[in-house]
Design a protein around this ligand. Structure first.
Ligand SMILES: [Zn+2]
Length: 242
């Protein structure tokens, strides 16, 4: 009888001790759950806009040029225009710009900012994309548009840099040898730094890049004058193409 009471006591003590130990770790477990919940609540980068002062410091894009070749797109051709359907019959959301000699002749050629603007994404995501740069531009009427540069071999700028029309922001790449080197170039009517798939049926918010640049060139086709702001920034020297 005494032995039984003793044994029950020992077991009871053991159970209480184990419960106590578990309770010790509970607050940490809870706080890590809380952290996870907070991380989920954080705005995903696809919807994150730069801070107010960065947006306010954005230059107004008065002119737009071609991102490849000369200012008006000389020495290039458009291998797959906006709206062309791929093998899966989805419309292309941009232009595939190539150097005039085709194949990989344009590999590592300079890719230039189409207008003065703010870098809102600059990262090598690998996969089918490789390097991606997204610029945000403010038009004269305060509307925001963005230019998207895909398959970059090198990225020559970084997030939140203010860049000027004609400034080298990267070089033409082939996404790790998946395609002949070319620049996948999109113009978009929305502001958030969204990557996307390059093709899509519901293409609301995507603009015809060639038509947009022609319409917003702000100069005669033979006018090849660089952005005045391009000479001012020290960061421009870092981004000079060599
Ligand atoms: Zn493309």
């Amino acid at each position: 009888m005494r032995h039984q009471i003793l044994r029950t006591g020992v077991i009871l003590f053991g159970v209480l001790f184990i419960l106590g130990v578990i309770r010790l770790f509970l607050p940490r477990f809870e706080s890590s759950l809380e952290k996870a919940a907070q991380q989920k609540l954080a705005v995903p980068f696809e919807f994150a806009l730069p801070s107010g002062w960065r947006m306010a410091a954005m230059p107004v894009a008065l002119r737009f040029d071609s991102p490849l070749g000369s200012e008006h797109g000389g020495l290039t051709y458009n291998a797959q225009p906006f709206g062309a359907r791929d093998v899966s019959s989805l419309p292309h959301l941009g232009d595939d710009l190539n150097g005039c000699y085709g194949y990989n002749s344009d590999f590592d050629d300079p890719v230039r900012a189409v207008a003065d603007g703010l870098v809102i994404y600059a990262n090598d995501v690998g996969g089918g994309w490789g390097g991606i740069v997204i610029l945000l531009h403010r038009l004269r009427d305060n509307r925001l548009v963005q230019s998207f540069y895909g398959h970059l071999n090198r990225i020559e700028t970084q997030i939140y840099d203010v860049v000027h029309r004609g400034q080298v922001i990267g070089t033409v790449g082939d996404a790790g040898g998946q395609y002949y080197a070319h620049l996948h170039f999109e113009m978009r009517a929305f502001a958030n730094p969204y990557i996307g798939a390059g093709y899509g049926e519901m293409a609301v918010g995507w603009l015809d890049p060639t038509a947009f640049i022609l319409e917003h060139r702000g100069a005669a086709q033979d006018d090849l004058i660089p952005s005045p702001g391009g000479y001012k920034l020290e960061s421009e020297k870092r981004n000079e193409f060599r």
